[in-house]
Each structure stands twice: as structure tokens, then as C-alpha cells.
Design a protein around this ligand. Structure first.
Ligand code: 6PG
Length: 457
């Protein structure tokens, strides 16, 4: 079967090689001829070039494809996706053909494009995670929609995707553009977990005086057990790296954190949908805050060491707190997906979603099995829950900043302790007469519940 792939950047090139290696015949195009030449040379060195046709224009690409056609887009998200879709229409793509947007597109654009192109071709969306390495050897693939063209592609994606216990990490998770929503939330969780690990590092480094290499050892020991995850493993590796002058490599890196936008979209969507994901929002804002600090890493460190208190940590408690906080970051992301699915009627399957995250993606972790057990499982984790509370308290005492750790503790505390919402409702009614509801469900005003009507002026 012939499939076309447009966009031979890092992800496109590696996915192309993966697909060809699995037996697919690929027609590939990139507006930069060097990218095509590079892919061809990689395919030649792997001995698979006979199944690769590099074309120099989209008309030639369309002509070479069997009908109905299948085209994968791996171009940067945004206007370029529409530009390529338009060019493909002009090149001859027609009804019955499928175009799959495999970039990090905003799901709202996906919904709009489905509508826009419905009479031209089938527009489908798929989020891909795992970076270059994943695309080359097995990514996580979060697809969506019920376009007929999927049937032609699914067997290939099931083959190229990562596997976990023999099961593919490709899935059509739900309707419409929900695949891109799921990938967006994947990235929101990714931001939170990265920040949480950075906070563990800082607590161990500044709070207990460990060197980066010693923190690397702590993370390594955690990785050897059920806490093993991709992000923890790479963090341990990064912290163990030293320059030629035996300096920790992390100390040579500027503290300002970049972002391409998917974490921010996650936070924005959660706020719009009214679904609380405080740890995910805190991680986005933590990145923003790094851009307001204008001092080099080493200087900040000296200042921090002067300004903070050392902490007497129990490493087992820290590990438990980290485990519990990590579970809660995933839970918030899943709650967001569930809420969005309900609002948009996407019918997202959370088990399938979790299956796509089990291998190949950036947030893969051995404890995803625990997350699959559902929210009830969290209730059984009294020890880790207590550890999170204690560690969050100690972290605050250190004087350092722990936005994700403390937001996560606040999240679980809010869900599991008496609420104070009644007072806020009363305040709203007091000055705005917005109305309140009593425990028996009766709608009324504060003044209906009391004889006292003197107001504070
Ligand atoms: C992945 C990653 C990948 C990328 C994101 C986040 O799943 O492979 O999430 O998509 O790292 O674009 O990047 P930023 O941190 O720059 O927002």
C-alpha cells in the first residue's frame, strides 16, 4: 500500500523510516529538497530505499498514490496545515481520500478543519508522542474520528506504534478531534511531571545539600522500583552529566524555560471547561515565572542557599510523596479529558487513552497500571497521601518554591476535606444577591436564613 507523507522534519523523517521499515511504500515530500535527500540517504543506508519515492511537488505525489489516497501531514501546527490541505486539493486530492494531521495541532483547529473540508476529503487528527526516537522506533499514537479512511491506515499504525506487553500504543481514543485534545493533555501532564521532578531535585539539592550527582543517584534508585518512568530516568541521567571541567552540566544551563504552547492550551481549556487541574496550571505558570528571573543559574543558587532553611528529609517519605503527587497529576489530566469528552460528546475511552501512554510517549511510567485502577485506588494509599502532606509542609518550610508539589497537595486536600465553599457562596450573595442553595437543595438568599439584616457598610 502506498501512503504519502508531507513534512520531513525530525518527526516526519523518523516516522517515514519507521513506516517503510514495516513494509509500507511511501511517497514523501518536503518543500525543502535537502530534507527529501536526507531521508533518501537514510533509507539507502538501511537498505529500504526501494519502498521510498521522494517527489518534488504535490501534484506528482497525488498522481503516484493508489486511490482512495492516504496522506499524513507532519508539518508545524497552525496555518501551514491549511496551506498544505489547500495545495493538496489543488493537486488532486478528492472525496474519499484521507488526510491525517499528525502534528501538535490545537484540537479546536481540528474540529474547524473537519467541517471546512468535509466535502473535499476526510480530515482526521492524530497526536503523536515520543520525540524523534519514538517516531523512529515506536511512538504513542492518539488518533480520533471515525473517517472510513482510518481502516486503511490502522493496521500500519498498530505496527509502527510502541507496544506494551504485546499491545499496541496506537488507539482511536474517541470522536472528532479528541486525539489532539488527548495529546494536548498528555503534554499538560508532561509539564507537571517535569516540574514536579525539578522540585524534588531542588528540595534534595538545596534543602538537603546534595550535589546534582547525588540527586541523580536518588532518582536512579527510585527508577529501579515501581516509580520507574521515562522522565525520571532522563532527569537522573541529566543530573549525572559533568562538563570537561567536572562541573554539573545542569549548572551551565540558563534557567529560563521555553514552551511551544500545548501546556498553556491545556490550562486554558481546563479553565474554560471549569475543570480543576491546579498542578497542570501551576506547571505552566512555573515556566512563565522562570522568565521573570534575570539572574544566572549559579548566582540564583547562591542566593537560594543563603535564603533557605535546610530540611531533614526522610527519603522514603519523599519517594512516597513523589509517587502520590505523580498519580494525582495524571488523575487531573484524565478528569479534564473526561469532562471535555462529556461536553463535546467525543466518547473518549480512558482505558484506550491510558493504553496509548503505556509506552513510546514522554509520560510513560510503570505506575500507569496503578492509575488504570481508578480513583478508588487513591483511597487505599493512606501512607503516600500522608507523606505528600508532610513533604509539602517541609518543602514550604525550606523557603523554596514548589508550585506543583504544593498545588497537588492542595488539590487532594480540597477533594478530601471539608469545603469552605459555603462561606464564599454567602459572600457572593451578601454583596451581589447571587443566591445560595441550602443543604436541602432550596434556592434562596442569605437574608431568608436569618433575622439579622444589618449589613457591614
Ligand atoms: C512529545 C512531546 C513533544 C514536545 C512538546 C512539548 O510528546 O513527544 O510532548 O510533543 O516535547 O512540543 O514542548 P514544549 O515543552 O516546548 O512546550
Amino acid at each position: 500500500m502506498q501512503v504519502a507523507l508531507v513534512g520531513l522534519g525530525v518527526m516526519g523523517k523518523n516516522l517515514a523510516l519507521n513506516l517503510i521499515e514495516q513494509g509500507m511504500t511511501l511517497v514523501a515530500y518536503d518543500k525543502n529538497p535537502d530534507a527529501g535527500a536526507e531521508l533518501l540517504s537514510c533509507a539507502q543506508s538501511l537498505g529500504i530505499a526501494e519502498r521510498l519515492h521522494i517527489v518534488s511537488d504535490l501534484a506528482d505525489m497525488v498522481k503516484r498514490l493508489d486511490t482512495p489516497r492516504s496522506v499524513l501531514l507532519l508539518v508545524p501546527a497552525g496555518e501551514l496545515v491549511d496551506k498544505v490541505c489547500q495545495d493538496l486539493i489543488e493537486a488532486g486530492v478528492e472525496k474519499g481520500d484521507i488526510i491525517v494531521d499528525c502534528g501538535n495541532s490545537n484540537y479546536k483547529d481540528g474540529i474547524a478543519r473537519k467541517l471546512k473540508y468535509q466535502n473535499k476529503f476526510e480530515f482526521a487528527t492524530m497526536g503523536i508522542s515520543g520525540g524523534a526516537e519514538g517516531a523512529r522506533h515506536g511512538p504513542a499514537m492518539m488518533a480520533s474520528g471515525s473517517e472510513g479512511g482510518w481502516e486503511r491506515l490502522i493496521p500500519w499504525f498498530e505496527k509502527v506504534a510502541a507496544t506494551h506487553n504485546g499491545e499496541s500504543c496506537f488507539a482511536r481514543v474517541g470522536q472528532s478531534a479528541s486525539g489532539h485534545f488527548v495529546k494536548m493533555v498528555h503534554n499538560g501532564i508532561e509539564y507537571a511531571l517535569m516540574q514536579l521532578i525539578a522540585e524534588m531535585y531542588q528540595l534534595l539539592r538545596i534543602g538537603t545539600g546534595r550535589t546534582p550527582a547525588q540527586v541523580a543517584e536518588v532518582f536512579k534508585s527510585w527508577s529501579e522500583g515501581p516509580l520507574n518512568s521515562y522522565l525520571l530516568a532522563i532527569s537522573s541521567h541529566i543530573l549525572s552529566l559533568e562538563s570537561d571541567n567536572s562541573e554539573a552540566v545542569v549548572d551551565l544551563i540558563d534557567n529560563k524555560v521555553g514552551a511551544k504552547g500545548t501546556g498553556l492550551w491545556t490550562a486554558q481549556n481546563a479553565l474554560e471547561l471549569g475543570i480543576a487541574v491546579p498542578s497542570l496550571v501551576a506547571a505552566v505558570q512555573a515556566r512563565h515565572l522562570t522568565n521573570t528571573i534575570d539572574t544566572p543559574a549559579a548566582k540564583e543558587m547562591t542566593y537560594a542557599q543563603r535564603a533557605t532553611n535546610s530540611v531533614d528529609l526522610d527519603l522514603d517519605e519523599l519517594k512516597d510523596a513523589f509517587y502520590f503527587a505523580s498519580l494525582l497529576c495524571y488523575r487531573q489530566g484524565l478528569a479534564l479529558i473526561k469532562g471535555a469528552s462529556r461536553s463535546h460528546q467525543w466518547k473518549v475511552d480512558l482505558d484506550k487513552t491510558l493504553q496509548t501512554w503505556r509506552a513510546g510517549c514522554i509520560i510513560r511510567a510503570d505506575y500507569l497500571d496503578d492509575i488504570a485502577k481508578g480513583v478508588e485506588f487513591l483511597d487505599t494509599l493512606e501512607g503516600p497521601a500522608n507523606a505528600l502532606r508532610k513533604i509539602a509542609g517541609q518543602a514550604i518550610q525550606s523557603g523554596l518554591a514548589f508550585p506543583v508539589l504544593t498545588s497537588t497537595q492542595t488539590y487532594i486536600a480540597t477533594l478530601s476535606t471539608p469545603s469552605n465553599g459555603h462561606l464564599v457562596q454567602a459572600q457572593r450573595d451578601y454583596f451581589g444577591e447571587h443566591g445560595i442553595k441550602t443543604h436541602s437543595g432550596e434556592s434562596c438568599h442569605l437574608t431568608d436564613l436569618t433575622e439579622i439584616d444589618a449589613k457591614v457598610r
